[in-house]
Structure formats: C-alpha cells, structure tokens
Design a protein around this ligand. Structure first.
Ligand code: ADP
Length: 582
C-alpha cells in the first residue's frame, strides 16, 4: 500500500493505453499503405505487360520494315536506299535484346528464344557492316540480298512466335486481372481491419477493467489508511502510555500523548537511558511469557518521580527489531501501597514498643550502675585504669542501645521506591529480628534455616522486602493466637535455599491450623481478613504479593501438616547469577 501511494499506476496505465492506440493507428495506416502499394503494383504490372506486348510488336514491325527496305534495295540499290537499309538493319538489331533483357517481367516462352535471337543479332551486326561493301551491280546486289533474306527468314518466324507468346502471356495476365478486379483481395484487408478493431476493443475493455481494478485498489488503500488512522487514534487516546523504542540507539519510533504526559521521552537524558535499559532487560527476560513485566520509578524532567508498571515485548517495527512498551502510571496506587506498608510497620512498631523499652532498659541500667561505680571510684582515689574500665563498659552499652534504636529507626522509615541489589539472607535475618520479641512474648519458637550464601543478592526495595517477611511472621503469630494454641509447643519455620535455575526460595511455615479453606483462593486479594477491624486490614498479603511481584518473583500459599506455608520465589540479580555460574 505504501509503495502504491508513492508510484502513480494511473499514469502508467495511461501511457500503456496511449501506446496501444498508437500501435493500432499504425496498424490501420500500414493496412491502407499496403492496399495502396498493392494497387500500384497491379497498375505497374499491367503497364509492363503492355510494355512487353509493345516491345514484341515493335520488333515485328521493325522486321517488316527491314524486309520492305530489302525489297526496295533489290529494285534499286541507290546509295540512299543502302543507307536506309543499314539503318533498318541496325534498328531491327537494336530491338532484339529488348525482347529478353526485361528487368521487371520474365516471360519464359520469350526467354526460350534468347539464344536464337542472339545469333540473329550477330548476323544483323555482320549484315550492317557488309551493307557498305555490297557489289555495285544491281544483279549481284539482288543475289546477295536474296541470300540475306533467306538467312533472316527464321528470324521473321521467331519474332512471330515471340509475338504470339507475348500475346498469350498478356491474355493470361489480363484474365487474372479481370478475376482480381472481380474479386479483389478484400478478405485479407477486411481481416486486417477487423483485427485492428478487435485489438482496439480489447484495449478499451482492458483499460476500463484496469481503471476498475485501480479504483478498487484505491478504495482498499484508503480503507487501510482509515483503519490505520483509527488504530493510531485509538492508541493515541489510550490512557496507557505506549512507546516503541529502538534498542540500537535508544530512539523513539512511536509514542502517544499518554507517553509524552507520563515520561516525556527525551533521548540523551540519563534517566531516559536508564529507562531504556530497564525495558530491554524486561523485554529479554519474561520467563516464556509473550510479555515482560516492568516496574520502576522514573524521575521526570520536572524532577518528580512517577511509579510505572507495564508490559514490554519485542516487535518488528519499520523492518527493525524494536521494543513495544505499554505503561500505566501507578504512582497513586504505589503511594497508597507505601502508606499501607508504613501503617502496618508502625502498628508492628507499636507492638514492639514494650519490647524495645525492655531491650533499652538493660543497657540503661548497666550504664547507670557503671556511672555510679565510676563516681565512687573517682571519689575514693582509685587508680585511673579501673575508672577507664567503667567508662569502656558505658561506651559498649551505649553502642548496644544505639544498635536497637537504629533498627527501630530503620524499620520506621517510610519505604521508598528504589530498586537496588541487596543481600537476601541478611534481609530475612533483619525481619526475623523485628518479630523476635513478639514471638518470645507469645511463646512461639522461631527457627531459621537459611541455606543461602550471605553475599547472594536480589533486586528490589530491601525495606519493603523485610516488611513482607515481617507480615508473614506476624500473620503466623496471629494465627496461633486466634487458634488458641498458645501454650502448646508452637513453632514457625523460615527456610531459604537457592537454586540457580529457579532463584531464591523462602518458606514461612507454621502449625497454627492453616488458612481457612473459604478464603484460601482469594487470600491475596485486598481487604480479605478474618481478623477484627482493630487488628486486621486485609491488606498485608496483597501488598506483600505486589512487592514480590515487583521483584519479578512469586508469593504463594498452601496448607500443610496442620499449618500454612507461604512460599516466596525471587530471581537473583543477574550479576549474582553470573558470579554463581562462574
Ligand atoms: P490481615 O492480617 O490484616 O488480616 P492479611 O492480608 O495479612 O491481612 O491476611 C489476610 C488473612 O489471611 C488473614 O486475616 C488470615 O485469615 C489469613 N492468614 C494469613 N496468614 C495466615 C496464616 N499463617 N495462617 C492462617 N491464616 C492466615
């Protein structure tokens, strides 16, 4: 269609039609010219035929005249008569070659006399030479001429026959001419003209059909254009930002208004390059699905950050492999998610407050004791070393208190939208640390079995990932509490292992009776809860699944051996995977 719109086939069709019409005109002209030539040839033929008759008649006449001159000279051989005789003989002789030296017409019957006529030419030449040397005496002249007359007699007969042959030939030709005149070659000419007319008809019909075909093509073309325009308009109007990016030079082949509004593609900008890299990574890594998932924060030119979630796939656009990206602005949902995370965290923190106070109390009382001791030692003039030892002890306890407040502060921090590699084992340990005190208070044994290298990294937001583990652990504790199993030996097991083909797998398993069957299929949907309004929001697991999904991982649940087992699988960062492979 594109090539159609560029080349003008109508133009070529016109040229072709014009060419055919010209050919036909030439054909008709050629036919007329042929007819004309044919008529002229016929005229020429009859002229030459007449000519042939005329020549033999002339020869015959010359013979008769010469014969008469012979007779005159025999009566009186005056020099004048002899001169005339010589002239007659020469004239007769000159007529003979004309009978057989015809260029246009060859009459076979006349040609048969050629040799005979030639022999008479030599004789006539001789006679013409001898006229001057004829004897003076009349009698002798007569005798000589008589001999010549006898010698020339066969010529008279031959000329007679030539005349007859010429007449017979002319008769034949005239007959033919008459036939031709009666039945001229009208059929071939008619055929020629008819062929020309048929050709013209074919050309006209063909060109009409071409026009019809062409207009059908034009209609199809304009329909295709309209469809393309519709599709384009639909894509333009779509609330999702749609872009096509060439990975070779990071250039944008197509973008809709949504894309301009959401990220404003700016080639060359550092953030833009980061975005293209992320999309390429997502396009190449989509676990057999046709689309790769992309989740990222994007710093816009005006300085604010938008959360993007979308799908990426490879397409062939304008003949080159490119990447199609469809994005949605998830900033608000993300912000709400972060708020929920934060609320859940603050709730956990509230619950931890007693434990924290208890934890802090210990170093504080040690410090208080050490301060009192140092005071006493200074007053009693004890050696400086013993006072210094007390001060060191104070310092160590301050460090311990600081570690506790650091953890609390870190945990209370508002989660960000950053995706960076972090060591997963450490994150699980930190999260377990947060709930350790609650577990102690609830008399639940927490056992960790983390068969994962300490340096193995995954990509995502560490704080949020820690919150996922905390959510699962808090849910397990709540399950024990609501099941009323408190007091019996309760335990929660956190197991982690790493398989290069799958990634890191973390199981959080309890023995608190499992998830009620009624809510099991929709447990990850928001606001699904069995807890009271004060305790549960029903958001914890839905947020947890989104966090894991953002890390390109999965979160699932199953009931096992009288409890629930939540399983997280997350891919490791490609750098870590490469290291592992090495
Ligand atoms: P919330 O904890 O606020 O109710 P969640 O999304 O974290 O929200 O959990 C949803 C529901 O899933 C809980 O109300 C609970 O009924 C069920 N659930 C979660 N974890 C477990 C578990 N380990 N054992 C049994 N049920 C659970």
């Amino acid at each position: 269609l594109t090539s159609l719109s560029h080349s003008p086939p109508l133009h070529w069709a016109r040229i072709l039609t014009a060419g055919l019409i010209a050919t036909m005109i030439v054909l008709v002209l050629a036919t007329l010219m042929l007819f004309d030539t044919y008529s002229r040839q016929r005229a020429l033929l009859s002229a030459s035929i007449r000519n042939t008759g005329w020549v033999s008649y002339q020869a015959q006449l010359e013979f008769v005249k010469a014969r008469a001159q012979f007779d005159l000279v025999m009566l009186e051989a005056s020099p004048e008569a002899l001169k005339r005789l010589k002239l007659r003989i020469e004239l007769l002789r000159s007529r003979l070659p004309l009978l057989y030296n015809k260029k246009e017409i060859v009459v076979e019957d006349i040609l048969a006399f050629k040799d005979e006529l030639k022999s008479f030419e030599t004789r006539l030449d001789r006679m013409s030479d001898e006229v001057a040397s004829l004897p003076q005496d009349q009698e002798e002249v007569r005798a000589a001429l008589n001999a010549w007359i006898v010698e020339l007699e066969p010529l008279g007969r031959a000329l007679q026959k030539v005349m007859m042959a010429s007449i017979a030939y002319n008769e034949g030709v005239f007959q033919l001419e008459r036939e031709l005149a009666e039945d001229p070659a009208i059929v071939p000419f008619l055929l020629l003209i008819l062929t020309g007319a048929a050709l013209a008809l074919v050309v006209v019909l063909e060109s009409r059909r071409d026009r019809q075909r062409f207009s059908a093509l034009l209609t199809a073309q304009s329909e295709a254009r309209a469809m393309e325009a519709n599709l384009r308009a639909a894509i333009e109007a779509m609330p999702a930002a749609t872009l096509i990016v060439d990975p070779a030079d990071e250039s944008v082949g197509f973008y809709n208004a949504g894309a301009v509004e959401l990220i404003g593609p700016t080639a060359g900008a550092a953030e833009w390059s980061r975005f293209v890299r992320a999309t390429l990574e997502a396009a190449t890594d989509h676990n057999g699905r046709p689309w790769g998932m992309l989740t990222m924060g994007f710093v816009r030119a005006q300085g604010d950050i938008v959360s993007l979630r979308g799908a990426v796939c490879s397409v062939v656009w304008e003949g080159r492999p490119q990447v199609l990206i469809v994005l949605a602005d998830t900033s608000r949902a993300r912000a709400a998610e972060l708020q929920v995370m934060q609320a859940a965290k603050l709730a956990t923190l509230g619950e931890m407050a007693t434990a924290i106070a208890h934890e802090l109390n210990q170093p504080l009382s040690v410090i208080k004791m050490a301060v009192a001791n140092a005071h006493r030692l200074l007053l009693s003039g004890a050696p400086t070393e013993s006072v210094l030892a007390k001060l060191d002890r104070i310092g160590a306890q301050v460090d311990r208190a600081k570690r506790i407040t650091d953890q609390v502060r870190r945990y209370g921090r508002m989660p960000s939208d950053q995706r960076t590699p972090f060591p997963i084992r450490h994150a699980v340990e930190v999260a377990s640390g947060f709930v350790a005190e609650q577990y102690r208070a609830s008399d639940i044994r927490l056992s960790l079995q983390l068969d994962v290298p300490a340096e193995l990294q995954v990509i995502g937001d560490q704080t949020m990932f820690e919150q996922v583990i905390v959510n699962l652990l808090v849910n397990a504790r709540d399950a024990y509490e609501s099941a009323g199993l408190r007091g019996s030996p309760a335990g929660v097991w956190v197991r982690a292992d790493y398989d290069p083909a799958v990634g890191v797998r973390i199981d959080v398993e309890d023995g608190a009776g499992g998830v009620p069957e009624a809510i099991l299929p929709k447990i990850f949907e928001p606001f699904i809860t069995t807890k009271s309004a004060e305790r549960g929001t029903g958001l914890g697991l839905s947020v947890a699944r989104n966090v894991v999904r953002d890390m390109h991982g999965t979160l699932s649940v199953q009931n096992v051996r009288g409890g629930a087992r939540f399983t997280i699988i997350v891919p490791v960062s490609s750098a870590a995977a490469r290291l592992d492979a090495a």
